[in-house]
Write a protein that binds this ligand. Structure first.
Ligand SMILES: NC(=O)c1ccc[n+]([C@@H]2O[C@H](COP(=O)([O-])OP(=O)(O)OC[C@H]3O[C@@H](n4cnc5c(N)ncnc54)[C@H](OP(=O)(O)O)[C@@H]3O)[C@@H](O)[C@H]2O)c1
Length: 187
């Protein structure tokens, strides 16, 4: 089944967060993310999960990566703690990979069965919000893999964010998933 990584990174430095914050507020970008993952399975790290409003994304099943075997999710029916990224190798449905940095890295460098079929690479080229506290988190480690293993099949720009759809070089990619993302990119 299809694996899709989706992120919004800053153009100059591949920053995705400063501490618990995404260092820009672009409504259309947040809405685009929610539209892409709507009704789908999403995997993310514990810290990203804990930044979600009410620790949830409506209509999604969320898999929270954590080493804490006693971790309590906010919605036991739809959210699940997971301790090993390798458990997603043969995931039986489409899966959307939603960060943070170590989670993107784990999937992109985890071998053929974890490597996303599609990357929705959103790049923001504006100013970063000032005075945010916390560690700067970037996904520069993923960039050589993107350059080597993916080709761009679509690109557009909305509110200062360039959205690119990349697919794995030389691999069959599910047309229905591609079409869904393309349609949402064009809205
Ligand atoms: N701009 C964007 O597109 C974007 C996307 C996603 C997130 N973000 C932002 O990024 C920030 C959080 O990112 P982050 O990189 O600091 O943290 P994160 O990846 O969301 O969470 C890190 C935690 O996830 C668990 N984890 C990660 N990889 C694991 C693995 N392979 N196996 C088991 N557990 C694993 C660990 O939890 P334990 O400590 O419990 O073991 C780890 O401490 C937030 O500010 C969020 O808003 C931005």
């Amino acid at each position: 089944m299809t694996k899709v990584a989706i992120w919004c990174r800053h153009a100059q430095d591949n920053l995705i967060a400063v501490g618990k914050n995404i260092p820009w507020h672009i409504k259309s970008d947040s809405e685009f993310f929610l539209d892409v993952v709507r009704g789908c399975n999403v995997v993310m790290g514990r810290l990203t999960y804990e930044t979600l409003p009410n620790r949830t994304i409506p209509d999604c099943k969320i898999f929270v990566l954590t080493s804490d075997y006693t971790y309590k999710v906010s919605d036991k029916a739809n959210h699940f703690a997971a301790s090993d990224v390798r458990d997603f190798k043969d995931f039986p449905e489409d899966l959307y990979i939603a960060g943070g940095a170590k989670v993107y890295e784990a999937f992109l460098s985890g071998g053929a069965k974890l490597l996303p079929d599609i990357v929705v690479d959103c790049v923001y080229d504006g100013d970063i919000l000032p005075n945010l506290k916390g560690e700067k988190i970037d996904i520069s480690a993923c960039m050589p893999i993107l350059a080597k293993k993916y080709i761009k099949v679509a690109e557009n720009q909305v509110d200062g964010v360039t959205r690119r759809m990349l697919i794995r070089r030389g691999e069959f990619v599910d047309q229905a998933v591609m079409r869904k993302i393309l349609t949402l990119m064009q809205n």
